[in-house]
Design a protein around this ligand. Structure first.
Ligand SMILES: [Ca+2]
Ligand SMILES: [Ca+2]
Ligand SMILES: [Ca+2]
Length: 306
């Protein structure tokens, strides 16, 4: 289920953190990962009331990078599924503009998302997902953000949200992955992604910097003054890679889980310190959403079942 973020952009610039997830905590479709910080200037200047400006930061010289599918261009950026977690991704969103389009109606006609199990600019990682989604003004809303150069007043780069539903969902175990992005729109060859941007930073990079495919050659996404990341969000559900009762997260359920179970029950902080890659909720053996003494009997049953 794709949850549009545009209304949230308009609702709360203040809550917009750089990874963005805090702003979305209340959404029904859980945000697995989000790097969509772009707003540098709340409403003001030449930007219409209630809209926002995403201004390149000095000394940068480019507002974005071409990612047009018709030119076989791609951008790709990394994300990490942490140890002990499994992510089931059912929606992916990214952002784009076609210069001089109207902000009242999206020019985008297609979104393409690719997931690799490694850096596509290094060797040949496996393609785990390659999904093309038709877009229209109805399903690619204006984000509320205008991308501009530093100290430029311009409405020529309205940024749209480009969502894809992933069905069947993509299930990923712990590891580092790369998300490839491309789009098409009414103006052939003009689809561009803005960069993740935070005030005062010439480059805002999380993990590895983004890479781009242009005329068949991969290279870093440079401003060219500083390396850049590109904005995107992943939605879905996450679960533990381990089974109920496997409190030491070794993939087995046995007596070595007894002490960790007791620790999870009696000392959540101590448990988190001793097993940072595990999930204390694995102790919720009766499945009622809480970890407490009512889980002891079900835990013993799990442990002793033939
Ligand atoms: Ca990155
Ligand atoms: Ca175990
Ligand atoms: Ca319980």
């Amino acid at each position: 289920m794709v949850a549009y973020r545009s209304a949230l952009v308009l609702a709360g610039y203040v809550a917009w953190t750089w990874i963005g997830s805090a702003a979305y905590a209340a959404e029904p479709g859980a945000i697995l990962y989000c790097q969509d910080a772009m707003i540098t200037t709340p409403t003001g200047g030449c930007i219409p009331p209630g809209r926002f400006q995403s201004e390149t930061q000095e000394p940068n010289g480019a507002p974005g990078t071409n990612m047009d599918n018709k030119l076989a261009a791609r951008v790709a950026d990394d994300f990490v599924v942490p140890p002990g977690e499994v992510w089931v991704i059912d929606a992916i969103s990214f952002f784009g503009y076609q210069r001089f389009s109207s902000y009242t109606s999206s020019p985008f006609t297609l979104a393409r998302v690719i997931v690799w199990d490694g850096d596509p600019s290094q060797g040949s990682p496996n393609v785990l997902l390659d999904v093309v989604t038709p877009l229209s003004p109805a399903n690619s809303p204006f984000s509320g953000i205008f991308r501009t150069m530093y100290a430029e007043c311009s409405l020529s780069r309205p940024v749209f949200e480009l969502p894809s539903t992933i069905s069947p969902a993509l299930t990923l175990p712990a590891g580092t992955y790369w998300l490839g992005l491309a789009a098409e729109g009414l103006v052939s060859g003009a689809s561009t992604t803005p960069y993740v941007t935070t005030t005062g930073q010439p480059g805002t990079v999380r993990g590895h910097y983004a890479v781009r495919l242009w005329e068949g050659v991969w290279s870093p996404v440079n401003d060219p003054k500083a390396r850049q990341d590109v904005p995107f969000c992943l939605e879905g559900t996450k679960r533990s890679a381990y089974g109920k009762g496997d409190l030491n997260c070794d993939g087995k359920l046995n007596n070595f889980d007894i002490d960790p179970f007791v620790l999870a029950l009696t000392n959540p902080t101590g448990y988190a310190q001793k097993f940072p890659d595990c999930d204390r909720m694995l102790a919720d053996c009766n499945g009622d959403g809480a970890v407490n003494n009512f889980d002891i009997d079900p835990f013993v049953k799990l442990l002793t079942k033939p």
